[in-house]
Ligand binder design. Structure first.
Ligand code: SF4
Length: 752
């Protein structure tokens, strides 16, 4: 007889909302997930992805054993063999040139506390500076801004959602994507609450988004022109006396230089390229100025443009000079369980200077731009990347110019992935190592709330593992300790640390002889909690609905927690001023350019980047592919009907995709959801049958094509040509492609 389901409480680790979940478990399998109504902060909210995630983890495609590829054949091998063979290669390469070993840390790693710490420790042990992370696909612009303006990359002010009277969102759609750099459950409801209490919500976006439909006044903006919106916004604010001068004098530096930058940018000049009428912009500025607490906030829609860092610089400057930074209803700077910014500056963590070999890009958060990775692999010489560890990520789907990157990965001497699946990147790997899923490990919520207090309702929580690993799955932290041992290198560069961790693992194994060697994860998390004064793991785990922490009300950041050398907010960093000098030329080029279609990306409500396409129940009628969304006027002009195939042509590649006609787009803008294009992932049985295309094939990589200030890839607002599909697409250098799919004959891209 099957067991009666046992209900366990945990939290979701797919996105920053970290929703509380109630999980039914039978025979060590999750059979149902419901939102946890009693959770202190998330109050019974969870989205479709969180509620179906067990189908992603409980799939026949889950990796259960280490696998080795020989040619096109995959063989199960033992952990001993995997460690020994990988360790020998790492040891040899590390002795020759430590920087030849690179690591790519994906978004999934960020939703575990121990995983990224030990991945970083492994690279420290090797002595390699070749760290890459998914941040240069979605948020490095914010880190680069904060390093210059506030002195620490993780100082990221967020809107005081509970109290704001005016919220202006640019290039972000929290109703679908959830919030970014802020833990907000049920964002659509929160936006409605602002309106219900008489506040204003403006959504500036080339598409009338779901967020605009639920709660906002929508304002169209031509993609990739947002920088002129911000310039004109600040100029108008200064014009109407919207600067809190005594505040600026007391807490900030560089206001005169900042004012000089925005001086030429009238609302009328900006309107010529943004297409936001001057009177609409002025109305927004007035609403912002008159509100008792207002905030500008943004997301990947601007970050993935060509001026993402300058945009967030001006956004922060506007919030700061208007007196809205660090005040009720404006933007707040959270406090985690300890002062992370002070700790970072004292230890040099995340603020060390490192430069890429190709293009001399400065690292952001100790990571180099992913848009250079292909060049770093393909360019011979010292520091050439010859081995790559991919941990919790899928760069072959999520990075720019994925076709070129794939060719580069094929030339690596060693490619190892740590993942729950053999995804597109894993398909090319020499070894894939099976990791535990979030539901199979004890954990604390995402590091942002824990260390930085980026929460609308601050709390901490701990979760036990909900189900045990199956087969020979292991947590990543334990794998990295073992990799260090096998490679003859010390974790964190410390022989004492390595020895202690090995002893801890041996001790844990003696107590749990039925399990594979593993670190005592609960003990490590407990240590972390005790160091930060939060008591132990066990006590916190006995409060499954979370333990509330005091909420910030503002007034605790300026003059107190700003960690620049002089303690002031730097409104005019030299690098930003220099970069702003070319904006006049950009504006002219934009104004004089021949009209083109501009491609923006889009998230489907059932997907999280490339993660959820292997959930069978999600791949339903109408959801087996992504669609190119076009305005009816544009579709008529090109001669494409609903459902017909279009070729989307960028300077880098061409993809072929069916068209969906929608009124919600600004004419001249086309939208293609990201995260699709799994036909190359032979380890994803469901996803590989979908026929969507990878929008990132269309984006360019390399030192000339990524943003200089942050290394961000230009993944949205790309100029493209759209044509009715005709003829066969050009062949590419990709090898091992599956048979042609009905919608997207493979290969789908064309190398320029
Ligand atoms: S909103 Fe995010 S955290 Fe909440 S259930 Fe959905 S994916 Fe999970």
């Amino acid at each position: 007889m099957p067991e009666v389901p046992q209900t366990k409480f945990t939290f979701c680790r797919i996105c920053e909302a970290s929703c509380g979940l109630e999980v039914d478990v039978t025979d060590d399998r999750i059979v149902d997930i419901r939102p946890d109504k009693a959770h202190e902060a998330t109050e019974g909210y969870a989205c479709i992805k969180g509620l179906h995630q067990h189908q992603m983890y409980d799939s026949p495609d889950r990796l259960e054993y280490p696998m080795k590829r020989t040619g096109t054949r995959w063989d199960r091998i033992s952990w001993e063999q995997a460690m020994s063979e990988i360790g020998q290669k790492v040891g040899r390469l590390a002795a020759d040139d430590p920087d030849s070993i690179a690591m790519y840390v994906g978004t999934a790693a960020g939703f575990s506390v121990l995983h990224p710490i030990f991945a970083q420790g492994f690279m420290q042990g090797i002595g390699s500076r070749s760290m890459y992370a998914s941040a240069t696909q979605d948020c490095a612009n914010k880190f680069a801004m904060a390093t210059q303006v506030y002195g620490f990359p993780f100082t990221q002010p967020f809107v005081d959602l509970e109290n704001t009277e005016c919220l202006i969102l640019v290039g972000t759609n929290p109703a679908v994507s959830k919030w970014t750099f802020l833990q907000v459950p049920n964002p659509g409801k929160r936006l409605k609450e602002i309106r219900a209490r008489g506040g204003h919500v403006f959504i500036v976006d080339p598409r009338r988004t779901e967020s605009a439909k639920v709660a906002g006044e929508h304002v169209f903006v031509r993609p990739n022109t947002d920088i002129f919106f911000y310039l004109a916004f600040l100029r108008e604010l200064i014009e109407i006396g919207g600067v809190d001068e005594s505040h600026v004098r007391q807490y900030m530096s560089g206001f005169d230089e900042l004012r000089a930058v925005v001086q030429p940018w009238t609302a009328e000049r900006a309107a010529e390229v943004t297409k936001i009428p001057a009177d609409v912009l002025r109305r927004m500025v007035r609403a912002y100025h008159q509100a008792d607490g207002a905030c500008l906030a943004s997301g990947t829609g601007i970050g993935q443009g060509t001026e993402g860092t300058l945009c967030v610089w001006l956004q922060e400057a506007i919030n700061a000079v208007s007196g809205n930074l660090d005040r009720k209803g404006g933007s707040l700077v959270g406090e985690g369980v300890f002062d992370f910014a002070k700790f970072g500056v004292r230890t040099g963590m995340f603020v060390k200077k490192n430069y890429s070999r190709v293009g001399e890009f400065e690292s952001v958060n100790d990571a180099l731009p992913g848009g250079l990775l292909a060049d770093e692999i393909l360019t011979p010489g010292e520091r050439q990347v010859r081995a790559l560890f991919v941990t919790g990520g899928n760069p072959l789907l999520t990075m720019a110019n994925a076709g070129r990157l794939r060719d580069a990965f094929a030339k690596l001497e060693l490619l190892v992935t740590l993942d729950i699946y053999r995804n597109e990147t894993g398909a090319l790997a020499h070894y894939v190592l099976p990791a535990t899923s979030p539901m199979q490990r004890p954990d604390l919520p995402f590091a942002f709330p824990l260390f930085l207090g980026m929460q609308t309702r601050p709390y901490i929580a701990a979760t036990e593992a909900v189900v045990p690993p199956t087969g020979e799955q292991r947590d990543e932290a334990s794998i990295y300790v073992d990799l260090c041992r096998a490679s003859g290198i010390p974790m964190f560069g410390s022989r004492i640390a390595q020895r202690s961790l090995e002893m801890a693992m041996a001790f844990h194994s003696r107590r749990h002889p039925d399990q594979l060697p593993a670190l005592p994860q609960r003990g490590l998390l407990s240590m972390l909690l005790r160091i930060t004064g939060q008591g132990g793991f066990d006590a916190l785990a006995r409060e499954p609905q979370g333990r509330l922490r005091p909420a910030g009300q503002g007034g605790d950041f300026l003059g107190k927690r700003v960690v620049t050398a002089d303690g002031l907010v730097h409104l005019a960093p030299e690098r930003f001023l220099a970069a702003a000098e070319r904006l006049e030329g950009k504006w002219r080029a934009e104004r004089e350019a021949k009209p083109t279609f501009r491609l923006i990306s889009k998230r489907d409500h059932k997907t999280h980047n490339s993660w959820t396409h292997n959930i069978e129940s999600f791949i339903t009628e109408g959801f087996q592919t992504n669609y190119l969304h076009m305005h009816p006027q544009d579709a008529a002009q090109v001669g494409i009907a609903e459902g017909a195939l279009a070729d989307v042509i960028s300077p880098v590649a061409t993809v072929r995709v069916p068209v969906r006609i929608i009124e919600d787009l600004m004419p001249g803008s086309v939208a293609l959801p990201h995260g699709w294009g799994h036909q190359h992932a032979d380890g994803l049985g469901v996803a590989s049958r979908t026929t969507g295309v990878n929008v990132n094939l269309l984006a360019a990589d390399g030192p000339e094509r990524i943003e200089r200030l942050s290394g961000m890839a230009h993944l949205t607002g790309i100029d493209v040509e759209i044509r009715p599909a005709a003829g066969a697409l050009d062949p590419t250098s990709w090898s091992g492609l599956p048979a042609e799919s009905p919608v997207n004959p493979a290969p789908q891209d064309r190398t320029a």
